[in-house]
Design a protein around this ligand. Structure first.
Ligand SMILES: NC(=O)c1ccc[n+]([C@@H]2O[C@H](COP(=O)([O-])OP(=O)(O)OC[C@H]3O[C@@H](n4cnc5c(N)ncnc54)[C@H](OP(=O)(O)O)[C@@H]3O)[C@@H](O)[C@H]2O)c1
Length: 253
């Protein structure tokens, strides 16, 4: 049989969508899911060089594609899922992209920053999850949203709105999981502890993950891959009876 015919008979790889996959925890998730056999469509809003590096590091099989889009745009859910559908059937969605805003007390948070936090961190994962569910076919679909240790601590003096949004996403996970469980869709969350990524420098304290990681029972920050491992497990068939859960990857904190 000619190779092109053999290839056309191979079923397409399942597709995973990862928001914010150009660096940090999102990049580690992209790598884990690609290793697990997923074609991956990941997003970034302003990091074409980093995104290109991820694509070239992973190679073409299964496919990996980067899409530059602000997840808070009104058209983002359709845009992202249209691009993913070109790769094959979407079987996993990871809501990872988020911002914290600048570290500081609530009184220092301006209205524009408040609205931006709600748009990127709350509305975007809700709208993308809703669109993925609306487009769901009869196949399995696993949604994982990245929460944070902040959902429980509240992060006083640092970013209470970000923390509150993460807590809301955990409740969203519980409710939506119950709504769609009978349709073959699982919805879970992973709450990382302190992980050394650029998110802390952008918040105003580059060494924050090491400062706070040292105060945890394990005495160190986590790695992006340790978080990605939990995400990959939740998406895998090994977690087929798990839905509505938040797994805490926090070194015991
Ligand atoms: N690092 C930690 O200690 C920690 C702890 C708990 C929870 N988390 C959570 O883990 C997730 C990943 O965080 P991280 O530390 O890996 O962050 P990061 O290093 O800052 O990476 C964030 C990623 O999201 C993308 N992104 C940000 N805003 C976006 C937007 N509006 N539209 C599209 N993409 C956007 C970024 O690309 P662009 O800049 O190009 O947009 C980047 O790819 C977040 O949900 C965060 O809340 C992190």
């Amino acid at each position: 049989m000619p190779p092109e015919i053999r290839e056309s008979m191979t079923p397409p790889a399942p597709v995973a969508v990862v928001t914010g996959g150009s660096r940090g925890i999102g990049r580690a998730i992209v790598e884990r899911l690609h290793d697990a056999g997923f074609a991956v469509l990941f997003t970034h809003s302003r990091s074409p060089a980093e995104a290109g590096e991820v694509v070239s590091a992973l190679g073409a099989r299964p496919a990996v594609a980067a899409l530059q889009v602000d997840v808070a745009d009104d058209t983002a859910p359709a845009h992202i899922l249209d691009a993913a559908a070109e790769l094959g059937p979407v079987r996993a969605l990871v809501n990872n992209a988020a911002i914290t805003g600048t570290l500081g007390p609530l009184t220092a948070l301006g209205d524009a920053d408040l609205r931006r936090l709600i748009g990127v961190d709350l509305e975007a994962p809700i709208r993308l999850t809703r669109e993925a569910i609306r487009r769901h076919d009869s196949g399995p679909l696993s949604v994982v949203t990245i929460s944070s240790i902040a959902a429980r601590s509240g992060s006083p003096g640092e970013y209470v709105v970000y923390a509150s949004i993460k807590a809301a996403l955990e409740t969203f996970t519980v409710g939506v999981a119950k709504e769609v469980a009978a349709s073959g869709i699982r919805v879970n969350a992973v709450a990382p502890g302190f992980v050394d990524t650029t998110i802390h420098a952008r918040a105003g304290e580059p060494g924050r993950a090491f400062r706070l990681g040292a105060t945890t029972p394990m005495g160190r920050p986590g790695t992006a891959d340790e978080v990605a491992a939990a995400v990959a497990w939740l998406i895998s068939d090994d977690a087929r009876y798990v839905t509505g859960e938040t797994i805490r990857v926090t070194g015991g904190a």
